[in-house]
Design a protein around this ligand. Sequence first.
Ligand SMILES: *Cc1c(COP(=O)(O)O)cnc(C)c1O
Length: 458
Amino acid sequence: MSSSKEIPYKIYLEEEEMPRQYYNVRADMKTKPAPLLNPGNLKPMTAEELEAVFCKELVKQELNNEDRYIDIPEEIRSFYRMYRPSPLVRAYCLEEKLDTPAHIYYKFEGSNTSGSHKLNSAIAQAYYAKKQGLKGVTTETGAGQWGTALSMACAYLDLACDVYMVKVSYEQKPFRRDVMRIYGATVTPSPSTTTAVGRKILEEHPGTTGSLGCAISEAVEAAVSREGYRYVLGSVLNQVLLHQSIIGQETKTALEKYDIKPDVIIGCCGGGSNFGGLISPFMGEKIRGEKDLRIIGAEPASCPSLTRGKYAYDFCDTGKVCPLAKMYTLGSGFIPSPNHAGGLRYHGMSSIVSHLYDDGYIEARTYEQTEVFEAAVAFAKVEGILPAPESSHAIRAAVDEAMRCKETGEDKNIIMGLTGTGYFDMMAYGKYIEGSMGDYIPTDAELEESFASLPKID
Ligand SMILES: *Cc1c(COP(=O)(O)O)cnc(C)c1O
């Protein structure tokens, strides 16, 4: 450990070291993730069917299980240069505070204005939409990070951007809403009366505060019903994990520069995009039998898709307009308890992450939100960054791992993804600070009720 101080606080890469290709972990997977199914005939979605909803080049990426590397166009790389490569930070202060022999590193994705890793995929998706000659894109956003990232990317490329924002967030997070407007996006609270599916949901559930699944249905309808528009999604899909592989590749390069051998890699899991991107190159080595390490996904106890969900085909959205995906899911009607403030609210999980988890390559842990915010505040005090509540699930898991190392005396290298900053999550932090934040864990009966809505397919 005497050499450990030779590792700087921040490992920066040169611009030249930024990846020139995305890494596609599916190429290395021995069995491939299950395909998206057409809900009408239950057959795998064809490229042609998908192109009615998604941009052409992105459909290619979605269906590409073969190519290990896919070139990153120079226009996207030049945008990345504004905020990448992102630093890999050695959390010396946190280690000292925890008095652990473990070495903790975090890959920090929060240093762009949108405040999260989502910009990595937003610029790629906006670029392919522009290249296809489209007028604009539609999407949903929950807490607002994806909508913000996409608005920035669309403003840069001069594309229209229509965002359906989960109503409760629209009302509780006016600042995020207004950042999107600054960048020129149109923001509609969902469910809304602007779409048929929104009107139907409102009729069936008057007074609903909305959900991601609901906003997805509206955004898809808004895309397919208008000329020159396509729908884009900020997580879950294979293409998004592909774009986010830039996180994992940079992390790997930074570690190799200082001969650091990762023992544990930890990420938070919502739809699985940052986690999938962070772990991809390491997972490739693990699958190919070249190196081994532990990989841990951290999720909220109030929305526990990996740990308590079913591995089954399910709808990606509430309105059931999207293709079916095989994934760990809580059921497309699942809505986390209203007191849940920690993000990561999606009912399902990326098919790639789900498949790897099912094959035993990944461990998963759940955390209650008060223990997550406790870790977030402890981290903020010593490392200076106020982390996003989502990211703080990974911090919690990393702190627990580091404390275990303290018991065993092991100086393991723990790497975590710090996906973003929490400056727009003041309502949640406020509740935590004043002690009014509660925890909620869904009962088995509640989950069973939600599973009952799963389509019967196998
Ligand atoms: C959206 C988001 C997540 C979760 O999304 P994934 O697709 O699971 O990565 C995590 N952290 C932050 C900061 C986010 O904005």
